[in-house]
Design a protein around this ligand. Structure first.
Ligand code: XMP
Length: 522
């Protein structure tokens, strides 16, 4: 992976021991404007040699250092002569490796705890003072029982006498709690102190510098070659396209496959923005008839997903060949997709849904990949999008699934059902925007159910479909909570949908979190 030149000498390495929240450590480091890389614990030695990091952070993890099979801390980490911060499992692994003692816990300590500062520490600078108490978030089973030489306790809680330990001479720090989660209010400042003051990393990671570095890299990679980029209407492919266009202009051709399963006005917006505003060469393929005829009679969710994924690739491939001569395929791949996470669950995971994306295209088309966003998290992509002049309403959009409205219409997907759903969805989102709630919500959308119920309008009986509304908050789409609208808001949306849309006479709100539900209905 390439690293922006100015940031290349200021890297923090994060070793992943399988924590659910390792990515949050990376977020906190990058918020301090320092570039970081996450690598699995077993790749530590190679990563230290390659990145020459300014400091290392050891993540938490589900294993116990007291077991023989526990993921080991490579000796290079503590021998590199650079600062190390161990979090939870990371603290225990470091303490054990340096000759201290860790005991298997008989009970787990989970949740909020108060710790008291008992000694000064470089990480407390401007954050905590001696004898103050502070809130932290604990989640651990094992605990440190004896410290290695050179270490002392700098903060402790009633339940955790070794909550925060430090060896200032060697710049080794260990915390039993989790500074990376928002429930540790001062965690971000502690991590910032570690990164900027103890490791002396320069805060040179910014979207402006990233943009400049990437422009040069794209030009170097592509030379005078042609690049094809699939636009989906989503933020990632849009930002990738605008960035690549800035680098190589008309050597880029974007292909927008309109499968007829977009939201109201969406296809037109994509065409206007990219062709008219950014002057990007754009092939707009209206393949809606092909998609909808292929979906006729298909009601199984997986069959729908597979058909759409396969057809998308076929249409894209055919259009790319028509453009001709392209040796490169651009994709909006993000960092969370490329991190090789450490999994301790073992065994093959169950396929809940076959996700539709352009995976499969590169092999089929025998093209080299241009993936300028591989180092970025989603919110960084948004920041880059703004930096590149993409409008806020576009950059801040809720995620939209590749198979589009097809997975929001349980049962058979027809043009009529899509049109009805588009209108309901537009009313719902308009009300959400008017109420100023759009940015608080991860994703909100309407679903059109294949169920008909009886209603009464005026003096007449109706027998129409049901519309379900979904809105969730989430950090990454992996888990989600329902958004707690006020009932007056839901009543207003329901009234508008039933009054304004022919074919819907009942509206319900989906109160299911994820898990056990998924965000999309199919
Ligand atoms: P689920 O329904 O699995 O969705 O809880 C989690 C997140 O993923 C989005 N999603 C998709 N995104 N292609 C995509 O690009 C897909 O096939 C797909 N299916 C679900 C979903 O909208 C939510 O944000």
């Amino acid at each position: 992976m390439t690293v922006p030149a100015s940031a290349a000498d200021n890297i923090i390495l994060i070793l992943d021991f399988g924590s659910q929240v390792t990515q949050l450590i990376a977020r906190r480091v990058r918020e301090a404007h320092v570039y970081c890389e996450i690598v699995p614990f077993h790749a530590a030695a190679a990563a230290i040699a390659r990145f020459r990091p300014k400091g290392i952070i050891l993540s938490g993890g589900p294993a116990s250092v007291t077991e023989a099979t526990a993921p080991a801390l490579a000796p290079e980490v503590l021998a590199a002569g650079i600062p190390v911060l161990g979090i939870c499992y990371g603290q225990q692994a470091m303490v054990q490796a340096l000759g201290g003692r860790v005991a298997a816990g008989t009970t787990r300590e989970f949740g909020r705890a108060e710790i008291e500062v008992v000694q000064p520490c470089a990480l407390f600078d401007g954050v905590w003072v001696l004898h103050q108490s502070a809130s932290v978030w604990m989640s651990h089973g094992d605990r440190v029982e004896a410290l290695p030489d050179g270490f002392s306790v700098v903060a402790r809680s009633q339940g955790a006498p070794f909550a925060f330990v430090a060896d200032e001479a060697r710049h080794f720090y260990g915390v039993q709690f989790h500074p990376e989660v928002v429930h540790t209010p001062d965690g971000r400042a502690l991590i910032e102190n570690f990164v900027l003051k103890v490791c002396a990393a320069q805060p040179v990671w910014s979207m402006a510098s990233f943009r400049e570095t990437k422009l040069a890299e794209i030009r170097a990679q592509v030379g005078s070659g042609q690049v094809i980029c699939g636009l989906s209407g989503g933020v990632d492919s849009a930002v990738a396209a605008v960035l690549i266009h800035e680098a190589i202009g008309d050597q880029l051709t974007c292909v927008f496959v309109d499968h007829g399963l977009m939201r109201l006005g969406e296809a037109e917006q994509v065409v206007t923005l990219f062709r008219d505003h950014f002057h990007i060469r754009l092939v707009h393929v209206d393949a809606s008839a092909q998609f909808l005829s292929g979906l006729a009679g298909v009601s199984d969710p997986e069959a729908k997903r597979k058909f759409i994924g396969k057809t998308f690739i076929e249409v894209f491939d055919a259009e790319a060949h028509k453009v001709g001569g392209a040796k490169f395929l651009a994709q909006g791949t993000l960092y969370p997709d490329v991190i090789e996470s450490v999994s301790f669950t073992g065994g093959p995971s169950v396929t809940i849904k076959s996700h539709h994306n352009v995976g499969g295209l590169p092999e089929r088309m025998n093209m080299a990949l241009v993936e300028p966003l591989r180092e970025l998290f989603k919110d960084e992509v948004r920041a880059l999008g703004r930096e590149l002049g993409l409008p806020d309403v576009f950059v801040g959009r809720h995620p939209f699934p590749g198979p589009g409205l097809a997975i929001r219409i349980p049962g058979e997907v027809t043009k009529e059902a899509c049109d009805t759903l588009r209108q309901a969805d537009a009313i719902y989102l308009e009300e959400i925007r008017n109420a100023g709630l759009y940015d608080e919500i991860w994703q909100a959308f309407a679903v059109l159910l294949p169920v008909r119920t009886v209603g009464v309008m005026g003096d007449g009986r109706t027998y129409d479909k049901v519309c379900a509304l979904r809105a969730v908050t989430s950090v990454d789409g992996m888990t989600a909570d329902i958004y707690p609208f006020e009932s007056a808001f839901l009543a207003r949306v329901a009234t508008r949908i039933v009054n304004e849309i022919k074919g819907i006479n009942r509206v319900v709100y989906d109160y299911t979190s994820k898990p056990p539900g998924t965000i999309e209905w199919e």
